[in-house]
Design a protein around this ligand. Structure first.
Ligand SMILES: Cc1ncc(COP(=O)(O)O)c(C=O)c1O
Length: 427
């Protein structure tokens, strides 16, 4: 059995902490504040089905299934053979990697960054985000977070002891006006605002004017901005995701997180970056020196090669996701399931069609697809109440498998392609 078929890491529901010996383990309150893992039921069924031999098409997690480029893997192997590369490294990343990130920012966004003070290497952008929350937030502080949300955007804030205010991100203009309203009316004002465009899970995107206004509000109401730009490299139809740091004043108020997980297919390598405001980068570096010793140097050396030499492959990977998007969306549309095509990310955010939308929750609908169609998807409710009524489908299987997924979904929903389609309410 391949490792991908094993049950995904599933934190158990938080509850009584008594061990078999009867000795009780009083875990910290911050752990008790975390909810039970919402995808546990689905992952368990996925695991059971695969064990029983079912060929489940897994569109659940945004885990890239294509490999990194050969030259990157070869560099990793060569660097791993070098005895000098096996010791502890600087927790903020080796200078040459930080320099390469600066070059990439200049190529991609026209932004000049100082590798010494404005860039830090993280063990994935999730590590960067969660430790940044520890560095900036504590009890009594509030962070504005996206709704629906990539769960760490909420729970890293909670783990830091702070509180969250969730604002709908699906209409970015309204997000900004609600943010201004919150800043005018809430006391104490939010200390941090987390934004994530292109957005996981809704795929909402923004243009640069969004960040102009965000920076204006940040200066007016004195909040810090953390922009999670994880999907900077996965954009479609000519759309380019803008950077907070490219607008005037961006780096006065915030930092931006980027990653090699998505565009470079290096999710398991854990390479991410936090760039921008030097004080915020320094605060993150301070926390990280107490938590980690930095990334395996061989990985950093190979990451330099990837950043320097594989732009064309990153472009090609984005086009691959775009083709998969088209196959999946066209297929679902043929079933009478209208879909708003994403301009970025590796997801499709699909409104659940009638009659199922009024009959069952997104969890139950996702369970139905898994049980009856052998297709695993993420229920929107797993991304918070604002995601209810939707499913997130990750474009991590090839076009052939996506066509197969559509056929199986069609059969499960009783929508033979020549029959009158079900209609999605309000679309
Ligand atoms: C919005 C967002 N941020 C961060 C991450 C995590 O990226 P990394 O692998 O760099 O930790 C993900 C992964 O799915 C994501 O969707």
């Amino acid at each position: 059995m391949h490792e991908k078929d094993l049950p995904k890491e599933v934190p158990g529901p938080i509850g009584p902490t008594e061990t078999r010996s009867g000795f009780s383990i009083p875990v910290a309150d911050r752990v008790l504040r975390l909810p039970p893992y919402l995808f546990a039921r689905i992952n368990k069924l996925l695991y059971e089905k695969r064990r029983a031999g079912a060929d489940v098409i897994d569109l659940g997690m945004g885990n890239p299934s294509d490999p990194p480029q050969d030259i990157v893997i070869e560099k990793l192997a060569a660097a791993a053979r070098d005895p000098d590369n096996h010791g502890y490294t600087e927790s903020r990343g080796i200078l040459n990697l930080r320099r390469e990130v600066a070059s990439k920012y200049f190529k991609q966004f026209g932004v000049r960054l100082d590798p010494e003070s404005e860039i830090i290497v993280c063990l994935g952008s999730k590590d960067g985000f969660s430790h940044l929350c520890l560095a900036l937030l504590g009890p009594g502080d509030t962070a504005v977070v996206p709704a629906p949300s990539y769960p760490p955007h909420v729970y890293a804030v909670i783990l830091a002891g702070a509180s969250t205010i969730s604002l709908d991100v699906t209409k970015p203009d309204e997000f900004l006006s609600r943010l201004a309203f919150v800043c005018q009316n809430l006391f104490p004002r939010p200390k941090v605002v987390v934004v994530n465009f292109p957005h996981n899970p809704t795929t909402t995107v923004v243009e640069a004017d969004f960040y102009h206004e965000l920076v204006r509000l940040a200066k007016r109401y004195s909040f810090l901005v953390i922009s999670d730009l994880a999907y900077a490299d996965v954009t479609f139809d000519g759309y380019r995701a803008p950077s907070l740091l490219a607008v005037p004043g961006g780096r006065d108020v915030g930092v931006e997180l980027t990653t090699m997980s998505k565009g470079y297919n290096m999710a398991g390598w854990r390479v991410g970056f936090c760039c921008g405001n030097a004080e915020m980068v320094r605060a993150l570096a301070t926390v990280k020196t107490y938590y980690d010793y930095g990334m395996f140097r061989a990985i950093q050396v190979a990451a330099i090669v990837a950043l320097r030499h594989t732009d064309a492959a990153v472009e090609a990977q984005a086009r691959e996701y775009q083709r998969r998007r088209d196959v999946l969306c066209e297929g679902l549309e043929r079933l009478g399931w209208p879909i708003v095509r994403p301009k970025a990310t590796m997801f499709v955010w699909a409104k659940i069609p009638e009659p199922w939308a009024s009959q069952m929750s997104s969890f139950d609908f996702a369970m139905k697809l898994l049980k009856e169609a052998d297709v695993a998807v993420s229920p929107g409710g797993g991304f918070g109440a604002a995601g209810e009524g939707y499913l997130r489908l990750a474009l991590v299987e090839n076009e052939h498998r996506l066509r197969q997924a559509v056929r199986q979904i069609g059969r499960c929903l009783g929508q033979a392609q020549n029959q009158p389609p079900a209609r999605v309410a309000g679309t």
